[in-house]
Each structure stands twice: as structure tokens, then as C-alpha cells.
Design a protein around this ligand. Structure first.
Ligand code: ADP
Length: 161
């Protein structure tokens, strides 16, 4: 049983994230989308909300599940019995940070491999930050996020106004 962890903020999940999840699900027996409990970063959605959005959006993928984690990623990976972490690379601009993170995680635990996946080219411009900005300004995000995320964004923004 090969498990891979896909960690991130997922604030919120986008179609770019989903694209990476689908690719990983074809390569591994089990994919755990691990939502980082980083309330210190003042996320738009709480960790419970972010996890729920992932759970609902991956219902059609039988070998994908959502979870939350706090603390060191490499420790979480071991607790899950996984040997690898998947991260998405959109452009060269992602590379430097991801490279640092992957090598640091290797220093912390050399048994944990990091695998990079590139999304479909149409998703390379997509980020959670831009999606939130567009939604806040009243723009249409329907082609960037799954329907449940679009609904949650709308509800949250109306409540915050
Ligand atoms: P983090 O705060 O850990 O960067 P994100 O939720 O922003 O969390 O991203 C999680 C992972 O998904 C990162 O590896 C990021 O590069 C990748 N990612 C984000 N958006 C996309 C996208 N549109 N296509 C492919 N990968 C993406």
C-alpha cells in the first residue's frame, strides 16, 4: 500500500490543487490531502472549513481522503505510514521555495521523498490568493474552483461584509 501526502494550506482548494490530486491518485494507492492547521497565518477559512471543502470536492475519488495536521510535516508523514510528499510546481517562481522546503524536509527525515507534479497548463496561473481576491471583488471564480468552494466563498464573503 503506497500512501502519499499532499500538504498545503488549501485556503481554499482550487482546480489546480484538484489537478495535482487526480494525478497523484493515479500513481499511488492512497492520497491524503493534509490541510495545515496554520491559524497563526490568519487564513480566510478555518482549518475545519478547509478540510470539509476538500472532503466534499474529492468524494468521487475513492483513494483520496482529507485530514488536518499541525507540527512537523515529516512527523505527520511517518504517522500516516507514508513515504512521500507531493507538491505542485506551477512555474519557476515556485521552484526556489519548494526546493528549499524539500531539502529541509530531507534533512529532517531522509526517508521522506518529495515528488513534484505540474498541473495542466491552464492551471499554472491559478492560486488560492488570487481566487480569494477575485471573489472578494465580485468576480466569477467558477472556472477556478469546484462548485462547493465557489458556494463557500460566496457565503463567507457575504457574512464578512
Ligand atoms: P502552501 O501554503 O503550503 O503553499 P497551498 O495550498 O498554496 O499551500 O499549495 C499547496 C501546494 O499546491 C504547493 O505545492 C503549491 O505549489 C501547489 N499549488 C498551488 N496552486 C497550484 C496550482 N494552481 N497548480 C498546481 N499546484 C498548485
Amino acid at each position: 500500500m503506497r500512501t502519499v501526502i499532499y500538504p498545503g494550506s488549501f485556503d481554499p482548494l482550487t482546480n489546480g490543487h484538484l489537478d495535482v490530486i487526480q494525478r497523484a491518485a493515479r500513481l499511488f494507492d492512497r492520497v491524503v490531502v493534509a490541510v495545515a492547521d496554520n491559524e497563526g497565518k490568519a487564513p480566510f477559512f478555518t482549518v475545519a472549513e478547509r478540510r470539509r471543502l476538500v472532503t466534499d470536492a474529492v468524494k468521487h475519488l475513492p483513494n483520496v481522503e482529507a485530514d488536518t495536521f499541525a507540527g512537523l510535516l515529516v512527523d505527520y508523514v511517518e504517522r500516516q505510514g507514508a513515504g512521500a510528499v507531493v507538491r505542485g510546481l506551477r512555474a519557476v517562481s515556485d521552484f526556489e521555495f519548494e526546493f528549499q522546503l524539500a531539502l529541509m524536509n530531507r534533512k529532517l527525515n531522509e526517508r521522506v521523498e518529495t515528488i513534484f507534479m505540474m498541473p495542466k497548463d491552464t492551471y499554472t496561473f491559478l492560486s488560492s490568493r488570487l481566487v480569494k481576491e477575485i471573489a472578494r471583488l465580485g468576480g466569477d471564480v467558477s472556472s477556478f474552483v469546484p462548485p462547493n468552494v465557489q458556494k463557500a466563498l460566496k457565503a463567507k464573503i457575504t457574512r464578512k461584509k
